[in-house]
Design a protein around this ligand. Structure first.
Ligand code: NAG
Ligand code: NAG
Ligand code: NAG
Length: 311
């Protein structure tokens, strides 16, 4: 991280992220993280993976979502405006999130994305004056308050699950909303949060893969075997390839990823006084970018496939 001078400023260097920290950027971040889930593809399906070319670059995975949003805005579609997305039709959603090639897969879980847009748009129109910005202001610079507001007002942010009688909360997307605003505004103005260090990493399917690659997380032989045959199998993708949402394996992979990043943060802080303002967001961002940049080197490590609107 030191070598790359990795900092919150790195966020704006991603070509698709907003370059100006303003109210439009806040609504952009909100809609992107509202739909920030389920972009995985099994290697056997790689040739028909959902892809979007924007300004000459082809994007897949999470970045294909951002490319669709930017392309829609360029075409004059008000996709970042809650009033618009509260009444967007499925046909419009299919158009906005269309792939380059009509023969490739549609974006995953498109019907769920449409339903989330409809529900969330209505909530923001009815209770927050038609802007996510008003929810952000209501949080009064507290990341934890903003997470509570998101989780309590918008059902799809409630990334909680019952695990052996305990309610566990991961809040991957709610935390990323905060983290992206914080990074975009470089912790000033609308993006200043006094309690930003309370956040954990964002438990998804990509960061566990890089944690395994780096030898920080280790799967039991039984789990590794299960994930390998589901992910690398040559057969057509089926339900049996999935780790179902709420499965003990899913919860433990996500939970251990959070613990691993917390321990990594403590270890780095103990080694290097210079990194004393390191937080879990920066580690998560770095690990995720690292996974994207080095995806070929870690292609032999399976990811766990869960169909879920939470990550
Ligand atoms: C949005 O959802 C409501 C139900 O809550 C439904 O009546 C309406 O038709 C939906 N709108 C669109 C555009 O699908
Ligand atoms: C969130 O989900 C948990 C577990 O599924 C549930 O117990 C809780 O009531 C939900 N919270 C809200 C605000 O809906
Ligand atoms: C939140 O932080 C900003 C930037 O420091 C400040 O201008 C604003 O007054 C703060 N808001 C509240 C409610 O404290």
């Amino acid at each position: 991280m030191e070598y790359e001078e990795y900092s919150p400023k790195t966020w704006k260097k991603h070509p698709l992220n907003p370059k100006t920290a303003n109210e439009e950027a806040v609504e952009w971040i909100f809609i992107v993280d509202l739909l920030n889930f389920c972009f995985w593809t099994r290697p056997v399906d790689k040739d028909k993976e959902f892809a979007v070319t924007y300004k000459g670059t082809k994007y897949t995975g999470y970045w294909s979502l951002c490319a669709c949003i930017n392309r829609a805005l360029d075409e004059g579609i008000q996709i970042t405006t809650p009033e618009f997305y509260s009444r967007v039709t499925f046909d419009q959603v299919s158009y906005i999130f269309r792939p380059d090639d009509e023969h490739s897969e549609p974006m995953k879980m498109l019907a769920e994305r449409h339903s989330i847009l409809n529900t969330t748009g209505k909530i923001l129109v009815q209770n927050f004056g038609g802007k996510f910005l008003n929810m952000l202001k209501k949080a009064e610079n507290s990341s934890l308050t903003l997470i509570d507001l998101l989780v309590n007002n918008i059902p799809s942010f409630n990334d909680s699950i019952d695990y052996m009688g305990n309610e566990l909360s991961f809040y991957k997307r709610a935390q990323i909303v905060v983290a992206d605003i914080w990074a975009c505004f470089e912790n000033t103005g609308l993006g200043y949060f006094f309690d930003i260090d309370s956040l954990t990493m964002f438990a998804d399917y990509r960061v566990p893969q890089v944690l395994v690659y780096l030898g920080i997380l280790k799967y039991s032989p039984k789990l590794l075997n299960l994930l390998e045959s589901a992910y690398f199998g040559e057969h057509k993708t089926s339900e049996s390839d999935l780790v179902s949402h709420g499965d003990r394996y899913e919860i433990e992979i996500r939970g251990n990823s959070i613990l691993a990043v917390e321990l990594l943060k403590q270890a780095i802080k103990a080694e290097l006084q210079a990194q004393s303002n390191l937080n879990s967001i920066m580690l998560d961002f770095f690990l995720w970018d690292y996974a994207k940049k080095n995806s070929a080197s870690m292609a032999h490590i399976p990811i766990h496939l869960t169909k879920s609107v939470f990550y």
